[in-house]
Design a protein around this ligand. Structure first.
Ligand SMILES: *[C@@H]1O[C@H](CO)[C@@H](O)[C@H](O)[C@H]1NC(C)=O
Ligand SMILES: *[C@@H]1O[C@H](CO)[C@@H](O)[C@H](O)[C@H]1NC(C)=O
Ligand SMILES: *[C@@H]1O[C@H](CO)[C@@H](O)[C@H](O)[C@H]1NC(C)=O
Ligand SMILES: *[C@@H]1O[C@H](CO)[C@@H](O)[C@H](O)[C@H]1NC(C)=O
Ligand SMILES: *[C@@H]1O[C@H](CO)[C@@H](O)[C@H](O)[C@H]1NC(C)=O
Ligand SMILES: *[C@@H]1O[C@H](CO)[C@@H](O)[C@H](O)[C@H]1NC(C)=O
Ligand SMILES: *[C@@H]1O[C@H](CO)[C@@H](O)[C@H](O)[C@H]1NC(C)=O
Ligand SMILES: *[C@@H]1O[C@H](CO)[C@@H](O)[C@H](O)[C@H]1NC(C)=O
Ligand SMILES: *[C@@H]1O[C@H](CO)[C@@H](O)[C@H](O)[C@H]1NC(C)=O
Length: 320
């Protein structure tokens, strides 16, 4: 991890009359740096997935995490046929050492896990008091297809108006985790079929970014070859201006039905890959995805189906 001092005088570089959407680089994570910035969560999956989250020693010895070139790989086992009495397919769940309040995070991702039964996610929460400190799902989906979305999950009394400036579409607007089996307030990223799964991988991925302020939470996605990807995002600049990033894919504003500040506390960043479980393994959803067998049988018996079940991440930049 390279932690860059953010005390570099902003004013001297960009003048003093700018709006609040200017941030400076606080943490720049690349390659081996992921091992310094994240812990391996060797826990039973809280979402009841068909998964065993291994520790770092095991992950490295099984090559479930490694660094190649400039990128960090996080993958699941793709060689073992599981018995019913195994605890689940070996995989990895990482949690950032640092917690964050207002910030921007930008992920440059080359590849994300794909395959029936997979449920990859890049998200933020504080697990120990969930959902009191909120949950922001930046990139999450299941079974390749249904649905690619960004979602908030909160304590009681937080809803979004369905009229925000965003390219995606709200499928649900009540963020309260206790409502409707914790479906949260979800925005489907309608604009871009390459924002998730095989489509994402076929174009070499792209950038996901999330900005959290007291006034809103926004998520953006840009494809690798999008000519309009902002230069500060593309270059991993020291200074970024989210005001220049255009319409977000998802936009969750502070509003009379949701005081963002009281529903979001210190959050860790989590990167994980689980299988089946509460979402991907939901029988109706799994079936509707066109996936074979039932989820657990498929995941147990078809290790080679998970050869492409990996994240390949070039960088994670955090701005404050
Ligand atoms: C922790 O990881 C080890 C392998 O590294 C695994 O055998 C064990 O089941 C994991 N524990 C939990 C609770 O998942
Ligand atoms: C990781 O898990 C393996 C297998 O269960 C165990 O032998 C080893 O002691 C664990 N390492 C750490 C650092 O927990
Ligand atoms: C781990 O993966 C790397 C990169 O693909 C490879 O060079 C290495 O041989 C693998 N190690 C094991 C133990 O499979
Ligand atoms: C797990 O299941 C396999 C295959 O059914 C069996 O051979 C093995 O003895 C079982 N192991 C345990 C610990 O129950
Ligand atoms: C993402 O969701 C949109 C909207 O539902 C859909 O049109 C698109 O096909 C999805 N993309 C993938 C890769 O599933
Ligand atoms: C929000 O509005 C859009 C566009 O009118 C509509 O398609 C969508 O179903 C609405 N979502 C909810 C949760 O009402
Ligand atoms: C968020 O919205 C609530 C309700 O309108 C308001 O009381 C609060 O001041 C707003 N927070 C900020 C930071 O503007
Ligand atoms: C819900 O939040 C609003 C502000 O967003 C606040 O005015 C109201 O008192 C809250 N209601 C409850 C029951 O907490
Ligand atoms: C899945 O779909 C198949 C074929 O349509 C059907 O036979 C099966 O009962 C479905 N399973 C579930 C769990 O919905």
């Amino acid at each position: 991890m390279k932690t860059v001092s953010s005390s570099l005088t902003l004013a001297s570089l960009v003048g003093s009359a700018l709006a609040g959407a200017i941030y400076t680089l606080n943490e720049c994570v690349r390659g081996e740096g992921f091992y310094d910035s994240f812990n391996f969560e060797n826990i039973t999956d809280p979402t009841h997935g068909r998964v065993t989250y291994v520790n770092r020693t095991t992950a490295e010895s099984l090559n479930l995490t490694y660094v190649t070139g400039d990128t960090f790989i996080l993958r699941a086992d793709d060689t073992t046929v599981l018995n019913a009495n195994d605890t689940g397919r070996n995989s990895v769940r990482l949690r950032s050492n640092h917690q964050h309040y207002e910030h921007v995070v930008v992920f440059d991702i080359q590849h994300m896990p794909e395959g029936c039964g997979t449920w990859p996610a890049i998200w933020e929460t504080k697990e120990s008091d969930w959902p009191a400190s909120g949950e922001i799902d930046i990139l999450e989906g299941a079974n390749n297809v249904v649905p690619n979305q960004s979602t908030l999950h909160t304590s009681h009394n937080c809803s979004m108006p369905n009229n925000t400036l965003q390219s995606g579409t709200f499928t649900t607007t009540n963020c309260d985790a206790s409502v409707a089996y914790n479906v949260g307030c979800a925005v489907k990223l309608t604009e871009d079929k390459n924002s998730f799964g095989p489509g994402f991988n076929s174009i070499g991925g792209g950038w996901y970014a999330m900005e959290r302020t007291l006034h809103y939470i926004k998520v953006w996605f840009w494809e690798r070859c999008d000519p309009y990807v902002p230069l500060d995002v593309r270059s991993g600049a020291w200074i970024i201006d989210t005001d220049s990033w255009g319409t977000p894919a998802a936009n969750f504003p502070n509003n009379t039905e949701c005081d963002i500040q009281s529903h979001f506390g210190a959050n860790n960043i989590i990167i994980d890959l689980t299988f089946c479980g509460d979402w991907a393994g939901n029988a109706a959803l799994y079936n509707a995805s066109g996936c074979p067998l039932d989820c657990v049988s498929y995941v147990n018996n078809n290790p080679t189906a998970f050869t492409n079940a990996y994240f390949q991440i070039s960088s994670m930049n955090i701005y404050k």
